[in-house]
Every structure is written in C-alpha cells, then in structure tokens.
Write a protein that binds this ligand. Structure first.
Ligand code: 5GP
Length: 207
C-alpha cells in the first residue's frame, strides 16, 4: 500500500436513500469497507449483528463510552449510535478506505475532534450529505418502508429540518432524485477524492 486510507462520511435523513446508495457502492467499489457502528436500537427484520450494526445493550454501549472506544457517538431518534475508533485507524493505516454512515451530530463531533487534536485523518476525510428530492417524497419513502411505527416516523420527520440545516458541514451534496444517478454521484466523489490523494508522491488512486 502506498497511501493511508480515506474516510468517506455519508449522512442523510432517514428515507433519503442513503443505505441503498451506500450498500450498492460498497458491493462494487474495491478497497472500500463499511464501518459497522454500535447501536442500542433493536435489529430490524433482515439486519445482521456484526454486519449492519453491532447491536448492543445500553450498558454495553456505556462501557464503550467509558473506555473511550468511540471516535464519536450520539443519540439519534431516541437510540445511541457510536463509531468504534480502533477498526477505522487499523484500516486507514493499512490503506483501506472506509465508509461511515453517521448522522449530522456525529459529523460535527468528528470535525470538532479533528480541530482539537489535528488528527492524522484531517487530510483524508470527506463528508457527503444525501438529500431527498423533497420533504413530501421523504415522508412517502419513510412510510412505504413499513418497518417503523408512526411515532418513530414522526420523530424522524421532525429531525429533517435540523439535519438539512447542517449542509455547510459537508464537502458534497447528492440529491437522490434517481437512485442510479445518486449511486454514480457517490462513486465519482470517491474517485475524485482518490485522485486528490494520488497526487501525493508514490501514491495511486486505486491502491
Ligand atoms: P438507522 O436506525 O435508520 O439505521 O439509523 C438512524 C441514524 O443513525 C442514521 O441517520 C444513521 O446515519 C445514524 N447512525 C448510524 N450509525 C451511527 C454512528 O455510529 N454514529 C452516529 N452519530 N450516527 C449513526
């Protein structure tokens, strides 16, 4: 490996299509690994422990907090979510690029941490916000998933205004009008960032 890995952070309101876009890109893009977060929320139908999330009890989550295991963590829609730091540093050191699916609070925590500690991630972290075509479409998509209770849907819709208001924290915005185009947009963002890194002496974009 000629370079350290790039961290691709992707956020977006629930229902913006982020998971579909990220999962497709992860399947087809070489040298890109998904960062599996810890969460205290219950697994949804079809979700696999250790692949989609590390499903954790509140006390297990608190243990990680106490031990300082998280790069960032936040309460999102009434549950705790956190990104484990160690697997990311290991992969980045090995030259693997990482994709993080985290909310806007997580982004703000990482950006503050990087400012304070001048982390080695500074040169190789890229933030993308995935937007729905409209609020109406977002609501339609959330309801059509059929996995969430009405109260949860309401809470997620209320969070949208705050989430969209944070767009300045991001390097790229992708509007998911057509999922195939949004997938292509994310692929191009990844290529563009890899090309930037490739300008470093001895590096290549594909590594
Ligand atoms: P969901 O429950 O629908 O899988 O995710 C809810 C929200 O939590 C999404 O916006 C997702 O990006 C966010 N999320 C998932 N993992 C993490 C994490 O490790 N940290 C933070 N801050 N947010 C996360």
């Amino acid at each position: 490996m000629n370079r350290t890995g790039i961290v691709f952070v992707v956020s977006g309101p629930s229902g913006a299509g982020k998971s579909t876009i990220c999962n497709t890109v992860l399947k087809t893009e070489p040298n890109l690994r998904f960062s599996v977060s810890c969460t205290t929320r219950a697994a949804r139908r079809g979700e696999i422990d250790g692949e989609d999330y590390h499903f954790t009890t509140p006390s297990g989550f608190q243990d990680h907090v106490d031990k300082g295991d998280f790069l960032e963590y936040a309460e999102v829609h009434g549950h705790m979510y956190g990104t484990l730091a160690a697997p990311i540093s290991d992969d980045v050191d090995r030259g693997l690029d990482i994709l993080l699916d985290i909310d806007v609070q997580g982004v703000s925590h990482i950006q503050k941490a990087i400012d304070l500690r001048a982390s080695h991630l500074t040169n190789a972290i890229c933030y993308t916000l995935i937007l729905p075509p409209s609020r109406e479409e977002l609501e339609r998509r959330l309801r059509s998933r059929g996995t969430e209770a009405e109260a949860t849907i309401k809470r997620r819709l209320e969070a949208v205004e705050f989430e969209l208001g944070q767009w300045r924290c991001y390097d790229y915005l992708v509007t998911n009008n057509h999922v195939d185009l949004a997938i292509e947009d994310l692929r191009r963002i990844i290529l563009a960032e890899r090309m930037k890194i490739a300008r470093m002496p001895g590096a290549t974009p594909w590594n």
